[in-house]
Design a protein. Structure first.
Length: 247
């Protein structure tokens, strides 16, 4: 069960490691497409079985409540497009009209997303940096991002979150990891026991060590000028920063 953490309730049970600054291998554009393909297949499995997809659906459902009207979503740092596909399937089950514009800065990664989403009419792909979104203010209902913010330093994260807030009319959802020694160790073990690709074996523990804590997510919202943001803890050391607009 997800838990919203208030400023006064938050307490760290375990020592928190300093945030890692090493770059993840997947952030390079130089790897062969086959390596990206294998690694993003691993990420889709992690999202599916370790809660990444369910976090987005849960938080979006809360923002929508009983609204079944058409919605437009921007997905920043879409990767291979598994979250937009899950959103499209979820909307069909709800009987809700939905369109997703999925952006990523890496053209190789977008080519993988095209393979996955090519037959899905609800999804449109655009190459773009999250720090400079070429969309008008309030041009989408919601802006979301999954497993992307831990790749950013503090300045870039604030800029991207500010851009998402600018273009979202109704709300923003950032779904990412919580930093800690235990989740880093466990994902190190999982990636090896399940024989994931070497890129994933290297990057997955580093992703956890690059992630923010609950208090740092809250500070990020303040720095980005996003009012009223709440941070929720989810199983498997996931965190969701959620900001509702227009109410």
């Amino acid at each position: 069960m997800a838990q919203v953490v208030s400023k006064h309730e938050e307490k760290e049970r375990w020592p928190t490691p300093r945030r890692a600054r090493a770059e993840e291998l997947i952030d390079s554009f130089d790897h062969p497409l086959a390596d990206f393909d294998r690694s993003f297949t691993d990420i889709r499995r992690i999202n599916r079985y370790l809660g990444g997809t369910s976090v987005v659906l849960r938080r979006l459902s809360d923002l929508l409540r009983d609204d079944r009207g058409p919605i437009r979503i921007l997905d920043v740092g879409t990767g291979s497009g598994d979250i937009p596909m899950a959103l499209a399937e979820w909307a069909r089950r709800r009987g809700q009209s939905l369109s997703v514009t999925a952006v990523d800065v890496n053209p190789k990664v977008l080519s993988l997303a095209q393979r996955l989403t090519g037959e899905c009419p609800e999804v449109r792909l655009v190459q773009s940096s999250g720090a400079d979104l070429a969309f008008r203010d309030d041009s989408f209902d919601f802006a979301i991002s999954s497993l992307t913010f831990h790749h950013f330093d503090e300045d870039l994260a604030a800029r991207v979150l500010g851009e998402m807030h600018r273009i979202a009319r109704r709300g923003v959802i950032v779904n990412d990891l919580q930093r800690g020694y235990l989740p880093a160790g466990l994902i190190w073990l999982v990636t090896r026991v399940t024989r994931m690709h070497p890129l994933t074996q290297h990057d997955a523990p580093l992703s956890v060590m690059r992630a923010l804590t609950v208090s740092e997510y809250r500070e990020l919202a303040v720095r980005a000028g996003v009012p009223g943001a709440q941070v929720y803890k989810h199983p498997f050391w996931r965190a969701a920063l959620v900001a509702r607009k227009g109410e």
